[in-house]
Write a protein that binds this ligand. Structure first.
Ligand code: NAD
Length: 428
């Protein structure tokens, strides 16, 4: 029988390995291996037909030594408690590596949001808050959108919380819509953040960005802005992007002689990141199978869609020209891919550093909510660049000092910082 993959066991394994490398006090390690608080609850919702349906909800607060917990709420039919635990743990490391004063949290509801009407979605969102409001808040735990949840949903949730506590509290949820307490720059933040780290990696490897080519997977929020950034900020060329075609039920890779134009492609892409194949073909784009992106002649590979996309099989297709892998998605490279990168001297920018731009801008949103003073987009993006650049160099310095692979170095920076905060607060 094939053993079921368990994300939380993997998160603990990764932690144990780095704890050993860091010679971490076993008592400190014992605290960090487990979430500090976990909530599991049921949410009854009145459906449109008058019946009541009960949904399973979760929230996990992994560690708040560095500040209030932070992390998304996922609406997914296959959501599990262990998945939420793992994601909450990874959020602790992501906030620490980005050096934002927040801890790690994650939440979810077992549901396929596509099966709900707008009214049912709103009642479910409000129901989640009715169960959790005493244990979240700007100084406790600040949720955000994630898989299956949207800025509009955050608006409803913030409204429900504000009603329950009796005062307008925009900082309790981030990822809210612009005009409803959201931050300028949040849409671009993750993709641009990826590019700030790629820019720094290129400086380190002495690669001329203007002569460089990138191949990217996906064409959702992350890849769209990573592609724009690669072309407009670095002066490079994007050879291809890819997407899941919701009509044909398969993935395609889109490329064009001289490079793709992300602005044009965005005009023919739906809200789920599916490019209109016929419109692309009409505009002269070449359409290949979904895996073609990984074999393109490129200096930079940016897996920006799926976890496990670069694995034991697909990694063999990588062109000899690839020097940098920038992990825009969460968990896109498997341990076998890591081994290949190490052997072939490919510089990997690990996910929780590379895609930390999103949570960093979410932190900016709560800062602006607290101050009740909102920044222009240029200011938000300039602060984001500063944060991402410092975070990248902290990890790079650690990797040089410890002769460690970038992923291990990022874990070392993060775990060290959380362990120190716990010690300073007298927890351990
Ligand atoms: P999204 O839903 O906006 O876009 C996903 C894209 O992936 C779409 O273009 C979709 O067509 C494509 N896709 C799906 N299956 C595919 C396949 N088999 N082959 C090729 N493309 C496929 O999602 P997003 O917000 O861009 O997030 C992408 C990844 O980045 C996820 O792993 C997410 O967890 C991670 N991430 C996102 C953010 C953020 O702020 N958006 C922050 C951190 C991490």
């Amino acid at each position: 029988m094939v053993e079921k993959f368990n994300e939380f066991e993997m998160a603990q394994k990764q932690f144990d390995q780095v704890a050993k490398l860091l010679n971490l006090d076993p008592q400190v390690a014992e605290v960090l291996r487990w979430p500090m608080r976990e909530y599991s609850f049921r949410i009854p919702v009145r459906m449109d037909d008058g019946s009541i349906k009960v949904f399973q909800g979760f929230r996990v607060q992994h560690n708040d030594a560095r500040g209030p917990n932070k992390g998304g709420i996922r609406f997914h039919p296959a959501e599990t408690f262990d998945m939420v635990r793992a994601l909450a743990t990874w959020m602790t490391w992501k906030c620490a590596v980005a050096d934002i004063p927040l801890g790690g949290g994650k939440g979810g509801i077992v549901v396929d949001p596509a099966t709900l009407s707008v009214g049912e979605k709103e009642r479910l969102c409000r129901g989640w808050v009715q169960k959790m409001w005493k244990n979240i808040g700007p100084r406790q735990d600040v949720p955000a959108p994630d898989v299956g949840t949207t800025p509009q949903m955050m608006g409803w949730m913030m409204d429900e919380y504000s009603k329950l506590v009796g005062q307008y509290t925009p900082g309790v949820f981030t990822g809210k819509p612009l005009g409803g307490g959201g931050s300028e720059g949040r849409t671009e933040a993750t993709g641009y953040g990826v590019i700030y780290t790629v820019r720094e990696a290129m400086k380190r490897l002495k690669i001329d960005p203007k002569k460089s080519v990138a191949a990217m997977q996906g064409f959702g929020n992350v890849t769209q802005y990573a592609a724009i950034g690669f072309i407009e900020m670095l002066g490079g060329t994007v050879a291809c992007v890819s997407c899941w075609d919701r009509t044909d039920k398969c993935a395609y890779t889109y490329s064009k002689e001289g490079g793709i134009d992300p602005h044009f492609l965005m005009t023919i892409t739906d809200q789920y990141g599916t490019i209109d194949r016929k419109a692309a073909e009409k505009a002269g784009y070449k359409v290949e199978d979904g895996e073609a992106w990984i074999g393109k002649e490129a200096d930079v590979l940016m897996p920006g869609a799926l976890s496990g996309a670069v694995n034991a099989e697909t990694v063999k297709k990588i062109s000899k020209r690839v020097k940098i892998v920038a992990e825009g998605a969460n968990g896109p490279c498997t341990p076998e891919a890591d081994e290949y990168f190490k052997k072939n001297n490919i510089f990997d920018i690990p996910d929780f550093l590379c895609n930390a731009g999103g949570v960093t801008c979410s932190y900016f949103e709560s800062v602006q909510n607290d101050a009740n003073f909102y920044w222009p987009k240029e200011e938000a993006l300039q602060k984001l660049d500063q944060k991402m650049t410092v975070a990248f160099h902290k990890v790079l310095d650690m990797s040089i000092k410890q002769k460690a692979y970038m992923r291990d170095a990022a874990y070392m920076v993060a775990i060290d910082s959380v362990a120190k905060a716990m010690q300073l607060r007298g927890w351990v």
